[in-house]
Design a protein. Structure first.
Length: 119
């Protein structure tokens, strides 16, 4: 499967963006789909995931502000509200079968989309 992440951009603190992760080649099926981010000079970190049964989980840093959802078999969204400068990063979507994802092993990755939040 190939993943295409989009929706990034420049926004002021307190604003909102919606990221999309579109699959091509096949559907997400029963895969777990996740968003990660990497800020300049920092390690990549987990943001959120959603299972094929629509169960979601979030990093503490985004809980209550971000919402991950699966719209159909080929698209996953990350709605980001009340953005903060510390949310500035390249955001990547990734997917894997549940048994691999539970171990943190994501198989397929998108190319990333840049989110910049100005203060």
């Amino acid at each position: 499967v190939q993943l295409q992440a989009s929706g990034g951009g420049l926004v002021q603190a307190g604003g909102s963006l919606r990221l999309s992760c579109a699959a091509s080649g096949r559907t997400f099926g029963t895969d777990r789909v996740a968003w990660f981010r990497q800020a300049p000079g920092k390690d990549r970190e987990f943001v959120a995931y959603v299972t094929w049964t629509a169960v979601a989980s979030y990093a503490d840093s985004v809980k209550g502000r971000f919402t991950i959802s699966r719209d159909n078999a080929k698209t996953v969204y990350l709605q980001m509200n009340n953005l903060k400068p510390e949310d500035t990063a390249v955001y990547f979507c990734a997917t894997a079968l549940p048994e691999r994802a539970r171990k943190g092993e994501y198989t397929y990755w998108g190319q990333g989309t840049l989110v910049t939040v100005s203060s």
